[in-house]
Design a protein. Structure first.
Length: 726
């Protein structure tokens, strides 16, 4: 080719570039105008459409930035097909963000057929250009074997590259890998390192997992306050796990002030995102009635929602509600269906080594839910779960061996299982272990160690542990007696709905022990305990209304509360109720009802009831006279030191009232009553000594007895004293 030909070709090339260059300049101008109109999304619908038209024109002229912008706009308008088209155009020209977003489209099937391999391809191209989101996505693909063979080393490499560029999602994922030892050596300190960075960079998963570390004290300082702080951050971003975990802290008052209303609000927020654990937790709140009034309808609704997501525990609870007809019409068939579904699912998961499912199978076979009751199979499943360090199963085994449920009692094994569960932080096991140390079961009694475990359980809001701590401080058992400390623990247990603590707290307020006296507040706590059928609280309310203690006397209310307590087996309430029926106070007089309740209390050994029951039989009130039964109950009461019963026996034997006269027995029982300065017994025995009835006549002894009778209020003795003194 000669010089002339070369010159001609050069000129052609130059003139060919002129229109191309003009297109490039025009496209840049159109792109710039589109950017101005779009204004970062702060534009009208008309301006948005004008911007889209300008981006489209520029894109057709191969402006790379316009193609990316056009894809973004189409995606905002949910036009995924056009978005994917222009992402492809930009990605093929090596646009790093477009490559990443196109990978996301293939991963989700947005605008293109879902294709995991294509997703990995585009993530790879973008990641190789050091784009952190793509590196994070690629690392996740290698971790989860999505579109590529699982490779934990590659996963860690790409996640680390992204994390070092401050990608919060990658930092959170690395924290999770180190926490659980996935493809790396488990390291809580490294987990904490990455989760702290993810949390500070605003990643909700990282914030939630960091909250977990602080709650458990793994790799970081144990702190419920810090756990609550990070859960709060994640919950504000709508993280359902964080919402339910924060709810549990508000429910228990850990790291935050206890607030059941706030807990319910957070559980509901998580439940609305279909968190089965949150739904189940709401079911327990409404079914247990510890912090809110029992509402079986609400409980059923929440357990049903969780059960529909195959939550094992909720399925079992749903079966229970159908079985008992609580919150729903009783339906044995639906109960069995729920149990069967739960057991079937549990068997499948248990066979895969799921410890929680194995534990639930143990419970199923123990209680015969969905399966025939079988203590040996229950034991086998609990053992499988316990060997995987399932604390619930370990605690269940502790109960099996200490109580001999289907096995020979073995306190050593029971102690061992309680200890293993307790060391994992299982609150009930800590309480059970504390009881064994306190009572010296398998170990020497050790109150110091018992207190350590009671406190550990109390810190987890095990109500029974808190109540016992209150008792120890009130009575000075193993600790310095401290009424204010007792009040603190009673208050905590009472707030958790523990009826015995509510009753004791009421007693503290009623008496002003450890706190300023407040009888109105005492009544409120008595009523809270009484609503849970606590017989002591019901009796105490009856006593308050009978004796006008801080309220106007109301014998009708007194009788109602005594009746509730009496039906729950409270002996003093049975005696008091019988007295009200006998006297016709607060109720219509009814000797038969009096007889019934005196008999109940008498059979349980109440001396006052035994004596009063004897009187009814003796005087034929509510029954025919029955001297044999009268004597029987007088004797029962007298043997317990009841002076009136002892006097009555003496009188019966002295006068031979439908029984043979027996002066020796009369003397014996009068002497017993006189030891307690019973005036009538002293007077009657004085008569016997004065007249020589059944004893050697002894005027000196008679005078002394008359004097005792007079001193104790027997007016008739005055004349006898004067007679013998002259």
């Amino acid at each position: 080719m000669g010089f002339g030909d070369q010159l001609i070709n050069t000129m052609k090339a130059f003139f060919a570039r002129v229109p191309t260059e003009q297109k490039r300049v025009a496209a840049e101008k159109e792109y710039a105008q589109g950017v101005d109109l779009y204004n970062g999304g702060e534009c009208s619908a008309t301006e948005r459409q004008q911007a889209l038209a300008l981006f489209l024109t520029a894109s057709k002229k191969h402006n790379l930035s316009a193609q990316w912008a056009l894809a973004v706009l189409y995606r905002e308008q949910n036009d995924y097909k056009n978005a994917a088209f222009w992402l492809t155009q930009a990605a093929q020209r090596n646009h790093v963000q477009a490559q990443y977003r196109l990978g996301c489209c293939y991963e989700a099937g947005e605008g293109v057929a879902q294709n995991a391999e294509q997703a990995v391809h585009w993530f790879q191209l973008s990641a190789q250009q050091d784009y952190a989101p793509a590196q994070y996505a690629l690392g996740t693909c290698y971790l989860e074997a999505t579109g590529v063979a699982q490779n934990l080393i590659e996963a860690q490499r790409w996640l680390l590259l992204a994390a070092n560029q401050k990608d919060a999602g990658a930092q959170a994922m690395l924290g999770w890998l180190y926490r659980d030892g996935k493809g790396v050596e488990q390291s809580y300190s490294k987990a904490a390192y990455w989760l702290q960075r993810a949390a500070r960079n605003g990643d909700a998963d990282g914030q939630c997992m960091l909250g977990d570390l602080h709650r458990e004290g793994t790799g970081v300082e144990q702190s419920y306050e810090k756990a609550a702080f990070w859960y709060e951050k994640a919950a504000a971003q709508g993280d359902a796990d964080a919402q339910r975990l924060l709810a549990s802290l508000y429910q228990q008052g850990k790291g935050v002030k206890q607030d059941i209303a706030k807990a319910i609000q957070l559980y509901q927020a998580a439940a609305d995102q279909n968190s089965p654990i949150a739904q189940r937790s709401l079911g327990f709140i409404y079914s247990e009635g510890k912090q809110v009034a029992i509402d079986w309808v609400e409980a059923f609704a929440w357990f049903k929602q969780a059960a529909e997501q195959d939550d094992l525990i909720a399925l079992f609870m749903l079966g229970d509600l159908y079985q008992k007809g609580q919150g729903v019409a009783q339906n044995t068939q639906l109960a069995n269906d729920a149990y069967l579904k739960a057991v079937t699912l549990a068997h499948r998961l248990a066979a895969q080594g799921n410890a929680a499912a194995q534990c639930l199978l143990g419970e199923s076979y123990r209680d015969g839910k969905g399966v025939a009751q079988d203590s040996q199979l229950a034991l086998q499943w609990y053992l499988k779960a316990a060997e995987q360090k399932d604390a619930d199963a370990q605690n269940a085994l502790g109960l099996i061996y200490t109580e001999g449920r289907g096995v020979t009692v073995d306190l050593a094994k029971g102690f061992s299982w309680f200890e293993q569960a307790a060391q994992q932080g299982h609150g009930e096991a800590q309480f059970n272990l504390a009881v064994m140390y306190k009572n010296g079961e398998h170990v020497q009694p050790d109150m110091a160690t018992a207190l350590k475990w009671y406190h550990a359980a109390g810190e987890q809001n095990v109500a029974n542990a808190l109540y016992n701590l209150g008792v120890f401080y009130e009575e000075g058992k193993g600790v310095t007696q401290d009424s204010q400390q007792a009040l603190k623990y009673y208050t905590k247990a009472a707030a958790l709905g523990f009826a015995e603590a509510q009753n004791n707290l009421a007693i503290s307020y009623a008496s002003g022990k450890g706190v300023e006296q407040n009888k109105a507040l005492a009544r409120e706590w008595y009523k809270a305990a009484a609503a849970q059928n606590d017989a002591k609280a019901q009796y105490n309310l009856g006593h308050i209304y009978q004796h006008a203690d801080g309220v106007a006397q109301d014998l009708t209310q007194a009788s109602e509360w005594y009746n509730k307590a009496a039906l729950n087996g409270h002996v003093l309430a049975q005696f008091r109720l019988a007295r009200l029926y006998e006297e016709g106070e607060g109720v219509a007089q009814d000797y038969q009802q009096a007889l019934f309740w005196y008999n109940k209390a008498a059979e349980k050994g109440d001396a006052d009831a035994q004596y009063n029951l004897a009187l009814l039989y003796d005087y034929a009130h509510g029954t025919e006279r029955n001297v044999d039964l009268a004597m029987h109950w007088y004797k029962m009461a007298a043997d317990q030191g009841d002076a009136s019963a002892q006097y009555s026996l003496g009188w019966m034997y002295q006068h031979g009232d439908e029984i043979p006269v027996d002066y020796q027995q009369a003397l014996f029982w009068y002497e017993k009553a006189i030891e307690q300065k019973h005036p009538q017994a002293a007077f009657n025995l004085a008569v016997m000594y004065e007249t020589g009835q059944g004893v050697d006549k002894n005027l000196e002894r008679a005078l002394a007895l008359y004097q005792l009778a007079h001193d104790e209020g027997e007016e008739e003795a005055h004349e006898a004293i004067q007679r013998l003194a002259t």
